[in-house]
Ligand binder design. Sequence first.
Ligand code: NAI
Length: 247
Amino acid sequence: MINLSGKIALVTGSTRGIGRATAIRLAEAGARVIITGRSEDRAKEVAKEIASMTGVGALGIGLDIGIRESVEDAFEAINREVGGVDILVNNAGINRDGLFLRMKYEDWEEVLRVNLTGTFLVTQNAVKGMIKKRWGRVISLSSVVGFIGNTGQANYTTTKAGLIGFTKTLARELATRNITVNAVAPGYIETDMTTDLPEKVKEGFLSQIPMGRFGTPQEVANVVLFLASDLSAYITGEVIHVNGGLF
Ligand code: NAI
């Protein structure tokens, strides 16, 4: 039985999709979750929903991980209100797809700024608190396409592969502090990020998945929950793939 009561869990981009499903799983296990999104109102709404669903208090705050001041302001509030974070799930991420030769500089820059620099900023702030508590979990959402590539996603795949190097280095630097650092690499999961894909593209993906279906946000959340718990205490610097056998 996984019991996270007494732990504070911050999930970035947790107002929908995999982030929201993850926050629900962590709250069901007893963690007090901090729901964050670019809209503070929406974050507060989702926090309320999760609190009434699970009976565990949840906090909603505005946090745009791509803006340094926003990250600093959010951590000031988090440190003041709940005394830091025990579990960090780096879930927020964006894509701005386009073939490489035509990819706009702005689309390259924005995806790197949010997915990589944003993750750096949030993690650095969170880890400072974990070091004081002598316990911590950092779990970042990579992607199968960071391992196999994907036409039209040079920017996005670069960031998802980059998060693996980030994870492995932090795992080494933080191991003696009792902080584990791992990644989850989903395949194709049914969320807002994938629903808008053209039917033909979806069928193409589906034909490559041995299990013959897309994954659900809950199936990713279950693995994050495992990595957040004491069941995974001796696992660090690892990547767990959740892709129905695709890779
Ligand atoms: P989504 O687009 O449904 O949700 C992403 C969340 O991040 C949203 O709540 C969004 O508002 C938030 N977000 C975006 N930019 C932000 C910013 N600057 N600051 C704070 N929050 C921000 O996406 P989904 O599918 O739930 O994906 C979650 C994570 O999983 C992403 O990192 C994504 O790259 C990754 N992933 C998703 C896969 C899929 O098939 N859906 C596959 C592999 C990885």
